[in-house]
Write a protein that binds this ligand. Structure first.
Ligand SMILES: NC(=O)c1ccc[n+]([C@@H]2O[C@H](COP(=O)([O-])OP(=O)(O)OC[C@H]3O[C@@H](n4cnc5c(N)ncnc54)[C@H](O)[C@@H]3O)[C@@H](O)[C@H]2O)c1
Length: 361
C-alpha cells in the first residue's frame, strides 16, 4: 500500500486515519486482474451484479446525468442502497481514438451512507470494460439459445476482448467472428484473442461476421444513428448483445430488428432515452433484465425467438463493481491511500486546522 500524503511538518502534521481514502490506480487494477485471473474477476463481478439486480427494488435509482457536446458526452452515474452510495464519472467520445485518446474513460467513488465519507476512490476505465462485459454475459446466459458456441463481434475496439472473455467465462462461447470498419482494430483483437486461446475468424463485412453466429455483439462507437445490423442479418433464434447504442442519436440497429425482437433492458427510464429503443414508441414493451434474473419475467421463450439485450450501462452495475473492489481492497489488494478528507481535531474547527498550516513569519 502506498501513502500519497506529503511529508508531515509541524504546521501540517501527518493526516489522521479519517483523512485517508483508499485509492485504486490503473496500475493497481492491472495487478488485481492478473493476480486474481481475469476469468475469475469477470465471474466475481457478474456474481456481484447479479446479487444486486436480485435486490433491485432496494436501490435508489435515477437515469444518469448526461452532459452532451458535439463530440461526445460526459455522464455522472449514481446509485445507492441503505448502506453504500456509488457514482461513476464516465465519458464517451467516439472521435477520441483519432487523437490517441480513448473513447471511454472513467473513475468512481463508493461512500458510506451513514457518514457520507468516501470508502474508496478508483480508476474505472478498466473496471467499466470488465463490468460491461460481465453484465452482457450475465444477460446472455439467461437469453441466448441453448448450445450457442459462436459469437459475431462487430466493433473491435477497447471493449471487444473483455466482452469475448466474459462470454467464454460465463457462457462457454469460444468461437469468434470479428469485423470492424478499421482493419487495424480487427488485427489487434485477433492477436489478443488468439493469445487467449479463442478460435477467431476475421471477416471483411458485418454480413460475413454474423454468418453462423448464435450471438451477435455490436460494440461500435459512432455518434449517429448507424445501421450496424440490418433486419436481414438477424436470423431466428439469435441473441443480440447491443452495447454501442448508448446516447440520444447514437444507435446501432435498424428499427425493423427491434420490431421482431423481444427486448431486455437495464433501467427503462434511461434506456428509452439512450438505447436502441429510443427509435420506438415510448410505451413499446420491454422486459427489465433484473426481473428475468429474479424469475419474475420470462427470458428466452423458444429456440426461434430473437432476444435483444439493449445495453446502455446502468449505475447499479458500477455500484456492484465498486462493491466488489472494496471487498478486494479490504482483503489486501494493492492500493494507495490518499489524503482526501480534511479531518480537524475538533470537527467544527476546520478553519483552525487551516490556520495552523499558515507558514511562519
Ligand atoms: N453499454 C455499456 O454499458 C457500454 C459500456 C462501455 C462502452 N459502451 C459503448 O461501446 C462502444 C464501444 O466502446 P469502445 O470503448 O470499444 O470504443 P472504441 O472506440 O475503442 O472502439 C469502437 C470500434 O468501433 C469501430 N466502428 C465504428 N463504426 C463502425 C461500423 N460502422 N462498423 C464496424 N465497426 C465500427 C471503430 O473502428 C472502433 O474500432 C462505444 O459506443 C461506447 O460508448 C457501452
Amino acid at each position: 500500500m502506498t501513502d500519497l500524503s506529503p511529508a508531515a511538518t509541524p504546521q501540517t502534521p501527518a493526516p489522521s486515519a479519517l483523512a485517508m481514502v483508499p485509492f485504486v490506480s490503473v496500475g493497481d487494477m492491472m495487478r488485481l486482474v492478473h493476480r486474481e485471473g481475469i476469468d475469475r474477476v469477470l465471474r466475481d463481478l457478474a456474481a456481484h451484479i447479479e446479487a444486486d439486480f436480485l435486490r433491485w427494488p432496494e436501490f435508489d435509482k435515477t437515469p444518469r446525468v448526461a452532459s452532451h457536446s458535439e463530440g461526445g458526452v460526459i455522464e455522472l452515474m449514481p446509485a445507492a442502497d441503505a448502506r453504500l452510495y456509488g457514482f461513476k464519472y464516465v465519458n464517451g467520445h467516439p472521435g477520441n481514438t483519432r487523437s490517441g485518446h480513448q473513447t471511454v474513460t472513467a473513475f468512481g467513488v463508493l461512500s458510506d451512507v451513514a457518514t457520507g465519507y468516501p470508502l474508496l476512490l478508483s480508476e474505472m476505465t478498466l473496471l467499466t470494460a470488465l463490468r460491461t462485459a460481465a453484465t452482457s454475459a450475465l444477460a446472455a446466459r439467461a437469453l441466448m439459445p441453448a448450445g450457442a458456441a459462436t459469437m459475431a463481434m462487430i466493433g473491435n475496439g477497447a471493449q471487444c476482448e473483455f466482452q469475448a472473455l466474459a462470454f467464454r467465462a460465463l457462457c462457454g462461447i469460444d468461437r469468434l467472428r470479428l469485423y470492424d470498419t478499421d482493419p487495424r482494430a480487427t488485427a489487434k483483437a485477433m492477436a489478443n484473442l488468439r493469445r487467449q486461446g479463442f478460435e477467431v475468424t476475421a471477416c471483411d463485412a458485418a454480413e460475413a461476421a454474423v454468418e453462423g453466429a448464435q450471438v451477435i455483439t455490436t460494440c461500435t462507437a459512432d455518434k449517429r444513428n448507424a445501421t450496424i445490423l440490418t433486419d436481414n442479418m438477424v436470423g431466428a433464434g439469435v441473441h443480440v448483445n447491443a452495447i454501442g447504442g448508448d446516447c440520444p442519436g447514437k444507435t446501432e440497429l435498424h428499427r425493423d430488428i427491434l420490431g421482431r425482437a423481444t427486448i431486455f433492458v437495464e433501467y427503462p427510464p434511461q434506456t428509452r432515452v439512450e438505447g436502441e429503443i429510443q427509435q420506438l414508441d415510448p410505451d413499446h414493451p420491454v422486459t427489465e433484465l433484473w426481473q428475468v434474473l429474479a424469475g419474475q419475467a420470462p427470458g428466452r421463450r423458444d429456440a426461434r425467438e430473437i432476444t435483444l439485450f439493449d445495453s446502455v450501462g446502468f449505475a447499479i452495475e458500477d455500484f456492484s463493481a465498486l462493491r466488489y473492489l472494496l471487498g478486494r481492497v479490504r482483503a489486501g489488494a494493492a492500493h494507495a491511500r490518499l489524503d482526501l478528507l480534511a479531518d480537524p481535531d475538533d470537527p467544527r474547527d476546520l478553519f483552525g486546522m487551516l490556520e495552523r498550516a499558515r507558514p511562519a513569519g
